[in-house]
Design a protein around this ligand. Structure first.
Ligand SMILES: *Cc1c(COP(=O)(O)O)cnc(C)c1O
Length: 446
């Protein structure tokens, strides 16, 4: 984007100037509309999400068999919702802002198998592909017991097929672990900055890891190119995959039943606010869509992004979606929040979110680290930096006078997107960084 164009955008949308200055901002989406209209426009229906949910139920006996850690949920990959009252107190004190409603944490950091939100969409897409192949080859019918997927004839079939994905982290872990377990020939294309422990872990599980000297986009592009040349290869496309989106969207019905079990009401007088860390957009977009299907206009979803990588915020504000990058507004896309270091958002997701999203806000790396240490100290919960992006949501919503956010009837659900796969030494380092920042803090989070 040239200078004149950029200046025009800033004149039209003055908030962009604050975004360029890397301030923590909140943007309210003026296109947010009624849920029914938004869902109808999306081209995705409740039946599509139900179909994904039923597929995950068919696979549950297989998942339980091959991942014994899922036994307590009978092979359903789900995370708990946890009240965090001590964290709420500490947040209120730090920001001198009361949160009258209840504060809950959705603990995707504790999702079995791959310890992040990617265990929803990523694993779903691999299972769907495996099922399609097994049906085509006459190995299974949908009313049979899917523990059969662990048998040698299935593994022999999958060994002739390839799955590929470009990822710096959690998506690679989810796709790699699930594909290798089924017996697929799986390749994860990783950029130079990917963490060594992730490469090691994947190789240990029998995944081929290809490393690139370039950044994430290059790894994805190269992976896609290689996959397209091979008819037996399925490429998982983080930017455009409807299956990933549907896998994430199943979270909506799960949250609905978890809140019901806790006797937490969501209705006209009891709004639900949900804060979702956003990278390319598929995870938070799919989850928000699933929540809208369940709760309609009574759920209010926000996306949270690093101040250095607010790609979805800029894409939605300008309506340019995947035609704009954070670099167009002088931002360097450098952040310690692994899954969120994305320069260009998914246009597929951004367009679907236009009538459904309440807004977006940004958070600095320093704030994420401080809150990482705070929740470890107050609630003994260990999260990776990205997973803290949602945590300032209630404060931001209340300070910006989002209607009903300050209601004592409101429930604030912060989506903690990852953490349990991070090695202890790495986690201790994160904790130390947060502690040091907190000690130096002057209350100014630039
Ligand atoms: C991938 C990821 C996200 C965001 O998901 P997107 O689909 O990229 O928007 C958030 N948190 C963590 C920990 C992730 O790995």
């Amino acid at each position: 984007m040239n200078q004149t164009k950029k200046e025009k955008w800033i004149k039209k949308l003055p908030l962009l100037q604050e975004i360029i200055e890397k301030k923590e901002v909140l943007w309210r989406n003026p296109s947010n509309s009624d849920s029914a209209t938004g869902i109808a426009q999306s081209g995705i229906s409740a039946e599509d999400v139900k179909d994904a949910s039923n597929r995950l139920k068919r696979f549950a006996p297989y998942i339980e068999k091959v991942f014994p850690e899922t036994a307590s949920s009978k092979g359903i990959i789900e995370s708990p919702i946890t009240p965090i009252p001590k964290m709420k107190q500490s947040l209120a004190a730090k920001y001198e802002t009361q949160i009258p409603g209840e504060l809950l944490l959705k603990q995707d950091n504790a999702l079995p198998i791959s310890g992040s939100i990617k265990a929803r969409g990523g694993i779903y897409e691999v299972l769907k592909h495996a099922e399609t192949l097994a049906l085509v080859h006459g190995l299974i019918k949908t009313d049979e017991n899917y523990t059969k997927f662990a048998e040698p004839e299935f593994r022999n079939l999958f060994a002739k097929h390839k799955i590929a994905v470009g990822s710096t982290g959690n998506l690679g872990l989810s796709i790699g672990i699930m594909s290798a377990k089924l017996g697929f020939n799986v390749t994860v294309h990783m950029s130079a900055d990917a963490k060594q422990w992730k490469k090691d872990l994947l190789r240990e599980k029998g995944v081929t890891v290809v490393e690139y000297a370039d950044d994430y986009s290059k790894a994805v592009e190269e992976g896609r190119r290689q996959a397209e040349a091979d008819p037996l290869c399925h490429f998982v496309d983080d930017e455009n995959s409807i299956d990933l989106f549907l896998g994430y969207a199943v979270a909506g019905e799960r949250v609905e039943s978890q809140l019901r079990e806790r006797e937490i009401k969501v209705d006209n007088d009891h709004p639900l606010f949900v804060y979702l860390p956003c990278g390319v957009g598929g995870g938070p977009g799919g989850v928000a869509f699933g929540l809208k299907l369940q709760f309609g206009d009574n759920v209010h979803c926000f996306f949270a992004e690093p101040t250095h990588s607010p790609c979805m915020t800029i894409g939605m504000m300008t309506g340019l979606h995947d035609k704009v990058s954070v670099a167009d507004f002088n931002l360097d896309n450098q952040t310690a929040a692994d899954g969120l270091a994305v320069g260009t958002p998914s246009g597929f997701v951004g367009k679907k979110m236009e009538p459904l999203l309440e807004g977006c806000y940004t958070i600095s790396d320093n704030t994420m680290f401080e809150l990482l240490t705070m929740i470890a100290d107050t609630e003994n919960i260990r999260l990776e930096p990205s997973a803290l992006a949602g945590m300032t949501g209630p404060i931001q919503a209340i300070r910006h006078q989002i209607p009903l956010a300050d209601s004592s009837n409101a429930t604030h659900l912060v989506w903690a997107t990852g953490g349990s796969m991070v090695p202890e030494t790495e986690m201790n380092m994160y904790y130390g960084i947060g502690r040091a920042i907190t000690e130096k803090s002057t209350g100014n989070n630039e």
